[in-house]
Design a protein around this ligand. Structure first.
Ligand SMILES: O=P(O)(O)OC[C@H]1O[C@H](OP(=O)(O)OP(=O)(O)O)[C@H](O)[C@@H]1O
Ligand SMILES: NC(=O)CC[C@H](N)C(=O)O
Ligand code: SF4
Ligand SMILES: [Mg+2]
Length: 480
């Protein structure tokens, strides 16, 4: 059997951003919001609050519950406005200096920035900024924004932010906090990463209660109501005057990350008007139509495979069973494992439920195959539990390319589908049959007639290799 690359960490990570304006205990609400967004980044967490006079911050490596475990921390974050961030790095390693939100003092006072996404020309811009004398304090692409705002010659924060946004390329959902202009939300011109606007009831009189968050699940946890998604390329300025919307880029179309629906977002979130859960079950249904197989039981690979396996089971009429049980106490704080322990890694997270699998023809449903580590071990486990046949169904097209827009996928040489044909992948994973959803099937499940219906509506570059935003740094181009 072909050997597969091993991995000690999750294949995909991102970041979560959250901000709340005009409420008492803004920092405590932000901690709750970050908790709901924990799935988007488990490396570090931070909150910056503003009390009308001064900024306060607390940041650290680890999960939200760990970083904010000490009750005294919250009382050191006073103010009616706060922004927060959960991080998994796309640029700059896991060091305290790379924890967001970033905070800086500049000509207009303080500025805090929380960023989800990844800039594709950050290295090029950074080189130019360093040549001009800027001193960087972190290795993050996000810091480029801070410097571009600081050196801009425009007279207002908003104009400077627009000036900066026009120079950067890439994906960004950004929340900034300023003393005079309040909380500002900004989404890149194609809206690759999500950002929603919500409101907590009861603060209307003072024009307060406004919330910005990566996903609606972070609104639900604080009883805020969903107002709308921030539009691609839109800037929302939130202060005592209410919410002002600016659209400096005009309409450039939209390319929301399709992978947010497939895997990344929490299933109870509603993004771009579509329920993530519904999207996943529909993709599962589509996959069942495209690659039906005679079998006894449909088994999800938990967690992310569950809604799509429910869809597959409903469409195929084959019973859905929990043939793999997930241990919920395996997190990323796990100490870097030795080789021996790493080989047991998937068994620590998943175990086979023999009573469901023994003597059965099993269809495993998962959302993606990246390095193939999970699938290979799950298949071994299912066979060892006595399954008669094992079929694998995947609710994305094969992942053949890396993401440069904020999801930390491995480089192409580590992606199983980039290196192997479908038949070689099937053999490597050890299944009887293997099928991925088609591009058109994926788009149909999301409500379009095919991939090209109404122009291209999503970014699907990690599957297609068609990158909607220029990869400036990767191509070695220099920005003048
Ligand atoms: O081919 P691989 O490199 O093993 O990666 C693919 C697996 O990783 C992801 O799950 P993950 O375990 O990260 O998280 P989940 O519990 O949210 O599904 C994804 O859902 C696949 O199951
Ligand atoms: N995954 C992300 O969205 C990361 C945001 C930012 N690029 C960082 O490296 O911190
Ligand atoms: S490359 Fe893939 S993961 Fe990255 S933004 Fe595009 S669809 Fe999402
Ligand atoms: Mg998974």
């Amino acid at each position: 059997m072909m050997s597969l690359p091993e991995s000690s960490s999750r294949p995909y990570e991102e970041c979560g951003v959250f901000g709340v304006w005009g409420v008492p205990d803004a920092a405590a609400l932000t901690a709750l919001g970050l908790h709901a967004l924990q799935h988007r980044g488990q490396e570090s967490a931070g909150i910056v609050s503003f009390d009308g006079n001064a900024f306060h911050q607390h940041k650290g490596l680890g999960l939200v519950g760990e970083v904010f475990a000490d009750g005294d921390v919250m009382s050191a974050l006073p103010g009616h406005v706060a922004i927060g961030h959960n991080r998994y790095a796309t640029a700059g390693g896991t060091h305290v200096r790379n924890v967001q939100p970033l905070y800086a003092d500049y000509a207009f006072g303080g500025l805090a920035v929380a960023h989800n996404g990844n800039l594709t020309n950050a290295k090029t811009l950074r080189q130019a900024l360093v040549r001009r004398g800027c001193i960087f304090h972190s290795a993050m692409d996000t810091e480029v924004f801070v410097h571009l705002i600081a050196i801009s010659l425009y007279n207002t924060v908003i104009d400077r932010l627009m000036d900066a946004a026009k120079q950067v390329k890439g994906a960004y959902s950004l929340i900034t906090l300023t003393p005079d202009d309040g909380m500002i939300g900004l989404r890149d011109p194609l809206g690759v990463r999500p950002l929603v606007l919500g409101r907590m009831p009861g603060y209307e009189e003072d024009n307060g209660g406004w919330v910005l968050a990566s996903e609606t699940c972070a609104l639900d946890i604080i009883d805020a109501e969903y107002v709308r998604d921030v539009e691609p390329g839109e800037i929302v300025v939130i202060n005592a005057d209410g919410v002002k919307s600016l659209k400096p880029f005009g309409d450039k179309g939209r390319r929301f990350c399709v992978f947010e629906y497939i895997y990344f977002a929490r299933p109870d979130s509603i993004l771009e008007g579509k329920s993530v859960y519904d999207a996943r079950t529909q993709i599962g249904r589509e996959l069942a139509r495209e690659s039906a197989i005679d079998a006894d039981v449909i088994v999800p690979v938990p967690d992310s495979g569950v809604p799509s396996a429910l869809g597959y089971a409903a469409e195929s009429g084959i019973p859905f069973e929990l043939g793999i049980i997930r241990n919920h106490y395996v997190g990323r704080t796990f100490i870097e494992p030795t080789d021996q322990i790493r080989n047991l890694g998937v068994r620590m997270k998943h175990s086979a439920n023999r009573s469901v699998l023994e003597g059965r023809r099993v269809v495993l449903v998962d959302d993606s195959i990246v390095r193939g580590t999970t699938s290979r071990k799950i298949v071994d486990m299912v066979r060892a539990a006595g399954a008669k046949e094992v079929h694998m169904r995947i609710t994305s097209p094969p992942t053949k390319h890396s993401c440069f827009y904020g999801i930390d996928t491995p480089e192409e040489s580590k992606l199983l589908a980039a290196q192997h044909s479908l038949e070689d992948m099937r053999k490597a994973i050890g299944v009887d049959t293997l099928a991925f959803v088609s591009f058109d099937g994926l788009y149909q499940a999301l409500g379009y007639s095919d991939r090209n219906d109404g122009g291209r509506n999503y970014c699907d570059a990690c599957f297609s290799g068609e990158y909607p935003i220029t990869l400036v740094d990767k191509m070695g181009k220099l920005v003048q």
